[in-house]
Design a protein around this ligand. Structure first.
Ligand code: ASP
Length: 458
């Protein structure tokens, strides 16, 4: 599908911190007023502010699971405490925004007593944060003179599968969502949930309001999908490690995929899939600093820089196997991967040579299985040597400008040599848009800084 014929509308999604309290909602109101093209406003549940210990959505999970949600996270918050926290939060919002809200509070309290079973109950309860926040925000918008209308997923038939806590959009939903384009008013839509064909509420995975925004942008063929959050955009590297790094102004969909790792989790990646099909740009922006232009995620760009950012993944392990002729035996690699698959271990990067192979995976996936996995590999493949190596960090420079550009890997490895850091694993992504260095975790911060200085600093 091409980008021709986008409609002028902008879809704007505001995350939890953007709608955490009346002060934040006032900022959202100004943003919505400042551009009449902003016709579809997707809101998250209220996030945490200084008065709150936890996010509303977590409290709602806790109520639905009779306290098990926080117990699993080793937090001592009962379901009664969560119930009080949710009601107090919405009460505070209503009072501070000075809107009519008695009905909202009584409906909310009714909903949180609704008798449903298992996942259906958790999904319904979890969706209430977005549901009632959208009600409150639409009333506030109207009070502020905005021609707003509350649009609920259950009313527009935003159809999803009945995987209640990890719902997927059903294709029939798009035709229903597309009808939103006919409305003259500004639609205020709760994110994160949809409705099954039997009328039950089901939620997306956590952070799923991004997905709601992306799907609506796709369905109405918007010209832009804005994702408003609390940072100025996507940083070049994890800003907790390198505090003076910059925001990346433009990125392709492919680059943001490759950057997805620690420090880059600003956006739910499923939300991008359909925007990409219609070449709808996604703009990550900061509600607390609306004058910053943010990061624009686009289908194509002319690369001004070779490396746009560096992804980092910690807690990586790899299996090293040696066996004469392994790399030249048809089916050997696939037999090894099949064993790993049977243990439910997701694997990536497979450097091989004539007589040896490594397989890389997340360390946590191996928990409890290590000996069984070893025994199975020995029994089935008779390796000459088999070992597991832990505590590896992968550093992955990313940028479409790296394709056919000689010397980037040389510059990167020279920077690590200067710091006396050994590279244990090297893999260049087949697109040449990224490459991956596996190093010991205790070197990771210094290595990241060295690569950043060598590849990203102007
Ligand atoms: N409120 C939901 C969550 O905390 C969804 C979202 O905010 O996107 O995961």
């Amino acid at each position: 599908m091409s980008n021709i014929g986008h409609n002028e509308y902008i879809v704007s999604k505001f995350g939890g911190t953007s709608v955490a309290n009346a002060k934040q909602i006032a900022k959202v109101t100004e943003i919505v007023k400042s551009n009449p093209k902003r016709k579809f406003i997707i809101v998250s549940a209220p996030g945490k502010d200084k008065n709150d210990k936890e996010k509303i959505t977590d409290h709602l999970f806790n109520i639905a699971t009779a306290g098990a949600h926080f117990k699993n996270l080793k937090k001592d918050i009962s379901s009664d405490e969560s119930y009080t926290a949710v009601l107090e939060k919405f009460k505070r919002l209503i009072e501070k925004l000075e809107i009519e809200g008695e009905d909202i509070l009584s409906d909310l309290s009714e909903d949180l007593k609704k008798n449903l079973s298992d996942a259906k109950k958790t999904a319904f309860y979890a969706s209430r944060g977005e549901h009632y926040n959208a009600k409150i925000i639409s009333r506030h918008f109207i009070k502020q003179g905005i021609n707003a209308e509350l649009v609920l997923p259950e009313d527009i038939k935003f159809l999803v599968t009945d995987d209640f806590l990890n719902a997927k959009v059903i294709p029939a939903a798009y035709k229903n969502l597309a009808k939103l384009a006919d409305k003259n008013s500004i639609s205020v839509i709760p994110g994160y949930y949809g409705v099954t064909d039997t009328g039950d509420i089901a939620v997306f995975s956590r952070g799923g309001s991004d997905l709601t925004g992306g799907e609506i942008a796709y369905a109405v063929n918007a010209s832009l999908y804005e994702n408003w959050t609390d940072i100025d955009g996507v940083f070049q590297v994890d800003p907790r490690i390198i505090s003076d790094c910059n925001i990346i102004p433009r990125l392709t969909y492919k680059e943001i995929r490759l950057l997805s790792s620690k420090g880059f989790n600003v956006f739910h990646f499923d939300a991008m899939v359909n925007c990409r099909k219609r070449h709808i740009p996604i703009n990550i922006r900061n509600t607390n600093n609306p004058s910053a232009v943010g990061t624009m995620i686009v289908a194509e760009r002319i690369p001004e820089e070779t490396v746009v950012g560096i992804a980092r993944q910690d807690n990586i392990a790899y299996l090293y196997l040696e066996k004469d002729g392994a790399g030249e035996t048809v089916g050997f690699v696939s037999s090894l991967l099949k064993i790993m698959q049977d243990f439910g271990i997701e694997t990536y990067h497979y450097p091989t040579d004539k007589d040896d192979i490594s397989v890389i995976f997340n360390q946590s996936d191996l928990k409890g299985f290590e000996n069984d996995l070893k025994d199975t590999i020995i029994e089935k493949l008779h390796p000459d040597k088999l070992e597991f190596n832990y505590n590896i960090t992968f550093l992955s420079p990313v940028g479409i400008g790296m394709k056919n550009c000689p010397g980037i890997i040389a510059a990167a490895s020279a920077a690590l040599k200067k710091k006396n850091i050994n590279i244990e694993i090297i893999d260049q992504g087949p697109s040449q848009y990224s490459f991956h260095f596996g190093i010991q975790n205790y070197h990771a911060d210094i290595a990241l800084k060295a690569l950043y200085d060598a590849l990203c600093k102007k």
